[in-house]
Ligand binder design. Structure first.
Ligand code: S3P
Length: 447
């Protein structure tokens, strides 16, 4: 079959100020987990505010292929009829994960401790991402793997997992700060008799822990010598829940940065999840001089949430502290745009993980920012950016986004503060996490 014709590039023109009130879609990480745990509880789980992006829909389809029943109700709520822990069935066809690393790695964990075999496939971006980081602990639990390119990051998709029941509970110290690896091991532990332990030297997003407890799993978290020790007792019995998914801080990030760097902006972003393991960007921007106020703090679905009021403010360059990196890991692409408009130098380090996201985000953003007139130096583990002090960048493109939704959205934001606009080669990956992004940006920036 001939290749489908490439999507048309899209130019994001200078615009703004950003004004009004918006609501960002449901949190992607929480949405994946709500579907998965709903599929493992016996009975009906109801999910409000589920992110209906392609990544989450891929998780839903895969769970359906393994026996769960998932449907959308008339009020927009999603219903999941679960099969119970241990009840996942052998899928008849390969599980197509699209662009989604979270779907892949977490579902690999679920399959690993069920007596079933599943093949995972994905798009060109996902098929280059390292799976060795989950294959390694899940193999120790007894699952068997056949992966493509074993010399690339321990194996890539397409990949087949042969689960084992009963699997062996392990104690696993995370060699990389990864919530996906942590969650894969914990999810495998659900159907594994005994105590599965994950030790996190660097805390990562804790949505799995919160939600596992919410569904009734026996899970404890102990802090010792700066490490988090998470213990899950299997085999777990999960009770169906009514879940409300808070807004995604990683989606809000594009609007937080946009309102900060476009003069005259004042934007309210309602219902933003502010889990401390996720809101590093807000703290770092404030340290740079950003004006971000929080109102109406509350708890939604077991997660802290507030409305944010973001006003334009001049930013000063900063050295980003190693300790906040994990709590803003997905926000670096758009943070680099903010840094490109700040006064003075911003320097980031310890960001090697960005090289194995949907694209190599250090290389992709270094090339993209240089192409639109920013002064940026790429190092092995970070970028050093000399900001323009608020002067618009000249713009340009087309920018190669490499099937990476966050690169496309970040460069769209850069277009707002450019002289000639920024052309993005392909905006279609935005639908993986934030389908309404372009319409929302146009509506608040007066385009
Ligand atoms: C996620 C964890 C992070 C993050 C990803 C979502 C999750 O990945 O980048 O977008 O939902 O667990 P890593 O575990 O690779 O850091």
């Amino acid at each position: 079959m001939p290749d489908p014709s490439p999507p048309p590039p899209r130019r994001f023109l200078p615009a703004g100020p950003l004004r009004g009130t918006i609501r960002v879609p449901g949190d992607k990480s929480i949405s994946h987990r709500a579907l998965m745990l709903g599929a493992l509880a016996i009975g009906k789980t109801t999910i409000r505010g589920l992110l209906e992006g392609e990544d989450v829909l891929a998780t839903g389809r895969a769970l359906t292929q393994m026996g769960a029943t998932i449907s959308k109700g008339s009020q927009g709520e999603w219903r999941v009829h679960g099969v119970g822990v241990g009840g996942l069935m052998q899928p008849r066809e390969a599980l197509d994960m699209g662009n989604s690393g979270t779907s892949t790695r977490l579902l690999m964990g679920l399959v690993a401790s069920h007596p079933i075999t599943a093949t995972f496939t994905g798009d060109a971006s996902l098929s280059q991402r390292p799976m060795g980081r989950v294959i390694e602990p899940l193999s120790r639990m007894g699952a068997e793997f056949t992966a493509s390119s074993p010399d690339v990051g321990g194996g890539t998709l397409p990949l087949t997992v042969r689960g084992l029941y009963p699997a062996v509970p392990i104690e696993y110290r995370l060699p990389v700060a990864s919530a996906q690896v942590k969650s894969a091991v914990l999810l495998a532990g659900l159907n594994t008799p005994g105590v599965t332990t994950v030790i996190e030297p660097v805390p990562t997003r804790d949505h799995s822990e919160r939600m596992l407890r919410g569904f009734g799993a026996e899970l404890t978290v102990e802090e010792a010598d700066g490490e988090r020790i998470i213990r899950l007792t299997g085999e777990a019995d999960l009770k169906p829940q009514d879940i409300e998914v808070p807004g995604d801080p990683s989606s809000a990030a594009f609007f937080i940065v946009a309102a900060t760097i476009v003069p005259g902006s004042e934007l309210t972003i309602a219902n933003v999840g502010l889990n401390p393991t996720r809101c590093g960007l807000v703290h770092v921007l404030r340290d740079m001089g950003a004006d971000i106020a929080e109102t109406n703090p509350r708890v939604v679905g077991g997660e802290p949430v507030a409305d944010l009021i973001v006003r334009h403010a001049p930013l000063k360059g900063i050295e980003v502290d190693l300790r906040v990196v994990a709590s803003m890991i997905d926000e670096f692409p758009v943070f680099f745009v903010a840094a490109a408009l700040a006064e003075g130098q911003t320097s980031t380090r310890h960001l090697e993980e960005l090289r194995v996201k949907e694209s190599d985000r250090l290389a992709t953003m270094a090339v993209a920012l240089a192409a639109i007139g920013a002064r940026v130096v790429e190092r092995q583990d970070g970028l050093v950016i000399q900001g323009s002090g608020g002067e618009p960048l000249h713009g340009g493109g087309p920018i190669a986004t490499r099937l990476d939704h966050r690169i496309a959205m970040s460069m769209a934001v850069a277009g707002l503060v450019s002289r000639d606009g920024v052309e993005v080669d392909d905006t279609s990956p935005i639908a993986t996490s934030f389908p309404a992004f372009e319409a929302l940006l146009a509506s608040v920036s007066g385009r």
